[in-house]
Design a binder for this molecule. Structure first.
Ligand code: SAH
Length: 363
């Protein structure tokens, strides 16, 4: 850690190091090469090294001349996240990664193995400013947005560290992705680009606490990704007690934005509902949620709340969770309970980072 800090200081603060080359589209990279007096086809070669072969430095790009590799090192910033901690669950093989960014900030990503393939959950911001009451990422507010390359490199670094292909990506780690809209969009395009890792858009999910204008904007981007809406309450009052953002947008506005998303993309929306013991898990809550979900093409994903040390929320009991699910199913709602992956390794988003920053690294 200290060694790395030294290096960052020598290199100077972020931003002075030139253009963030891993965030450029192939077309932009072509233009960049040409403007530097290089041949346009160099761009294709470099793009393949960065996004296909997942090179960790310009030095690896052996079909470029030594001279060009050296110049690139001077012109550009080459984003590569460094793993500072990796935890593996003994229960289900889930791995949690704590990565250091170039400026020393830390983000978390999670790797989950499912029957249908490997899934990576990435962070979109350092911290978060949405302030949801049960969430660990929101405790210290927002530090900064992640760049597209910092989002991408979570997937790239994990692919290299596990040696396995990633088939699904969910933007459900730290941060509110739609609060970092431009960078998110660029990330989505690069991630699903046929010249890169080419992850299918249908295998990418973006989860939002419900920023209505950005949800509508996303509907118009011509993407086939899945949108997940964190609802957590079936009335405005209950939602407001858990999520400050609910004071800005009503459930009605959210449902209208979901309908619009479905109309424009044909993609069914996931409603996420974290069950908090004694807060939003009554039969009446289930009835109201069923009513809302019955009005559109939704899939409901129930998440037993992950207790966070700093918050005094508790999980609903198993029986309550099952009763809640049954009630929805009786109303013909498509519902699943999210399997709790990696419970033994600081499962809830933001917890590993907090522990590490509090001195847990010495534990
Ligand atoms: N900002 C995005 C992504 C955040 S995390 C969003 O709000 O959707 C992904 C999901 O985990 C969200 O539904 C979030 O509300 C939920 N979540 C956060 N902390 C949790 C906790 N301690 N227990 C259960 N779910 C939690």
């Amino acid at each position: 850690m200290d060694e790395r800090k030294d290096r960052i200081e020598k290199e100077g603060p972020k931003g002075e190091r030139g253009l963030d080359i891993k965030s450029l589209t192939l077309q932009e990279l072509k233009e960049e090469m040409v403007s530097r007096g290089e041949k346009a086809f160099r761009a294709k070669q470099m793009y393949e090294w960065m996004h296909g072969k997942l090179a960790r430095s310009f030095a690896e790009m052996t079909n470029l001349s030594e001279d060009l590799r050296k110049k690139c090192g001077e012109w550009y910033e080459y984003t590569c996240l460094e793993p500072v901690r990796i935890q593996e669950s003994r229960i289900d093989g889930t791995k949690k990664f704590l990565f250091a960014l170039g400026d020393g900030n830390l983000v978390e990503s999670v790797w989950m193995k499912y029957k249908h393939g490997n899934s990576v959950c990435i962070s979109s911001q350092v911290g978060c400013r949405m302030g949801c009451r049960f969430c660990a990422s929101a405790l210290d507010g927002l530090e900064r947005n992640l760049t597209p390359s910092e989002m991408l490199d979570q997937v790239y670094a994990i692919t290299l560290l596990t040696g396995e292909r990633v088939s699904n990506v969910v933007v459900m780690g730290m941060g509110e992705p739609l609060d970092n809209y431009e960078n998110l969009l660029r990330f989505l395009k690069l991630l699903t680009d046929e010249n890169g890792l080419h992850i299918s858009q249908r295998n990418v999910t973006v989860s939002t606490c419900g920023l209505v204008p950005e949800m509508r904007r996303l509907a118009e981007e011509g993407l086939q990704i899945t949108l997940a809406l964190s609802l957590h309450g079936a009335t405005d009052e209950k939602r407001r007690s858990l999520m400050p953002i609910a004071k800005r947008y009503s459930i009605r506005e959210l449902m209208e934005a979901c309908t619009y998303y479905f109309e424009r993309t044909g993609r069914r929306i996931t409603l996420e509902y974290s069950l908090v013991g004694g807060v939003n898990d009554t039969p009446e809550d289930a009835r109201l949620l069923g009513e809302l979900a019955g009005k559109g093409r939704f899939h409901v994903n129930l998440i037993p709340v992950n207790p966070v040390k700093e918050r005094n929320y508790v999980q609903s009991g198993n029986e309550k969770i099952l009763a809640f699910k049954n009630k929805l199913e009786k109303n013909q709602i498509h519902v699943t309970i999210r399997r709790e992956m990696g419970r033994d390794i600081d499962g809830a988003c933001g917890q590993l980072r907090r522990r590490y920053s509090e001195g847990g690294r010495h534990a």
